[in-house]
Design a protein around this ligand. Structure first.
Ligand code: NAD
Length: 486
């Protein structure tokens, strides 16, 4: 029986909508839930409720806001198994991915609670002997728009620190994962007795996302926007928000390289290439999308990588925990991956492993002979298909890694730490990880992209800076001299 979530959470209460939309399990095509399909009036009521909730929430002592984050963390831990099952059913992910994600969310809330205790202002010198302060204040209502691939982590990462800073939140999860990315958090905050209106959720189907998306950016109640998703949508959102002079933090797509130098530990490199390329079917923004291997170790590395990837079982992860490679999220995504694969093969790429596409199920696929004219070289794949490309020297590896509009993350494998840091310093990416893959995230670290991968990082004090307003406040003690004519 499909679950029913036909009410939206706004102002601390659940409100019935006129319509619902189906939330499909991509692994078996069954309707997992029916979800409230909010219309524009529902959304405006939600924004109003968030505005009303702002004064109580923002004026509450920061210690109490931090305590709510800690309670939310405990509540998430308590619901971990249920959330894991929901993540698998809504998102089509492997059980291990679900457990990781469900467990990570509480650390996001605990990191947010800690942020509330950080010094966020400064006392400045004053020419006139004033008490001169730069203080940070919450902005008001922030809209948070999140994607489907890690809905629990990417929603909570978007809202937790802005929220603990005193902003009230309107969260809009992806229509592919409206429960794990949104309704789940409404249940958590409802259960812990959060003050009314501090946290609200908007769910809608893809049919009315354009209208509702605009409202979540352009409505004067909204003071800032946190967006995680594709570069195409993020670019449009940043432009709209910019036209309204609203702060935005956009985290977008990637085309990340893992560079394997000739002195690297090849077993470890093969393991990291396998994890980075195929975890969650390659549907991670910072997935390894190009494995660059020094020509001296290329022939040795390839069979090691293939052997590991060959063991990854493909199938519906909701029916069998040992299926590590589940379905892609939807037919559109499977179509993009198939087109890139066919284009590469037509232009001369060789399939060393996999290559099978069965509906939304795509085998872990390793390609060689990939060249810059191929779609898979240029565009984000977001699927379990990865090229392995040889390079002659570090200069060439850096040039290939930087040969993309994207700039999210990168990984470098080498036994020489100085060499690793030197390469890292020259990669045009928001993050670089020496002796690890590009896939890394910790809630207190700055996570963001360069080039077309994003503007303004999330995480730790960087989220706090993005979603607070800096004010200059002074206190004069009689030392400021004025022109005597006045
Ligand atoms: P998407 O851009 O299609 O959707 C993201 C969100 O935007 C969803 O909630 C969607 O409903 C909403 N949206 C769509 N159209 C909108 C509109 N007109 N106005 C307002 N909101 C709108 O992306 P997706 O398919 O959900 O996610 C996959 C993409 O996200 C990939 O490109 C991936 O690399 C990227 N991503 C980036 C990060 C990061 O931190 N950099 C993390 C995860 C995913």
């Amino acid at each position: 029986m499909a679950r029913v979530f036909d009410s939206y959470y706004a102002g601390g209460s659940w409100n019935r909508t006129a319509r619902t939309f189906p939330d499909i399990n991509p692994g078996n095509d069954q309707v997992w839930a029916n979800i409230a399909d909010m219309d524009i009036n529902d959304v405006r009521r939600t924004l109003q409720a968030a505005q009303e909730g702002f004064s109580e929430w923002s004026q509450m002592p920061f210690t109490e806001r931090a305590n709510f984050m800690l309670k939310a963390a405990d509540e998430c831990d308590r619901r971990k198994d249920d959330l894991c099952a929901a993540l698998q059913a809504e998102g089509g992910g492997w059980w291990g991915k679900g457990m990781f994600e469900a467990g990570f969310i509480s650390t996001v809330f605990r990191a947010a609670a800690a942020m509330a205790y950080q010094s966020i202002g400064e006392v400045l010198p004053s020419e006139h002997g004033k008490v001169s302060m730069a203080v940070r204040v919450p902005m008001g209502v922030i809209s948070v728009i999140s994607p489907w691939n890690f809905p629990g982590i990417l929603s909570s990462r978007g809202f937790a620190i802005p929220m603990v800073a005193g902003n009230s939140i309107v969260l809009k999860p992806s229509e592919e994962t409206p429960y794990c990315g949104g309704i789940f958090f409404a249940e958590v905050f409802d259960a812990i007795g959060l003050p009314k209106g501090a946290f609200n959720v908007v769910t809608c189907s893809r049919d009315n996302i354009a209208e509702i998306g605009d409202e979540l950016i352009e409505n004067p109640i909204i003071k800032g926007v946190s967006f995680t998703g594709s570069t195409a949508v993020g670019r449009m959102i940043a432009a709209k928000a910019g036209a309204h002079l609203k702060k935005t933090c956009v985290e977008l797509g990637g085309k990340d390289s893992l560079i394997i130098c000739d002195d690297a530990d090849l077993e470890k490199s093969a393991q990291l290439a396998n994890f980075g390329s195929f975890m969650h079917q390659g549907q991670i923004c910072m997935s390894v999308e190009k494995v660059l291997v020094h020509e001296k170790v290329y022939d040795k590395f390839l069979p090691m990588f293939i052997e590991r990837a060959r063991k990854l079982k493909v199938g519906d992860p909701t029916s069998d925990r040992s299926n590590v490679i589940g379905p892609l999220i939807n037919d559109k995504q499977a179509g993009i991956v198939k087109t890139q694969l066919e284009d590469a093969i037509a232009k001369g790429a060789k399939v060393l492993l996999g290559g099978g596409v069965n509906g939304r199920y795509v085998e872990p696929t390793i390609l060689t002979g990939v060249t810059p004219d191929m779609l898979i070289y240029q565009f984000e794949t977001f699927g379990p298909v990865v090229p392995v490309i040889p390079f002659r020297n570090d200069e060439e590896a850096i040039a290939i890694a930087n040969d993309t509009d994207y700039g999210l993350s990168s990984g470098i494998m080498t036994a020489d730490e100085n060499r690793g840091l030197e390469i890292a310093s020259r990669l045009e990416t928001g993050s670089s990880h020496v002796n690890c893959s590009s896939v890394n995230d910790e809630p207190h670290a700055p996570f963001g992209g360069a080039k077309s991968s994003g503007v303004s990082p999330h995480g730790g004090r960087w989220s706090l800076e993005a979603f607070t307003q800096t004010r200059w406040i002074t206190l004069d003690r009689g030392h400021r001299h004025l022109p005597p004519v006045f």
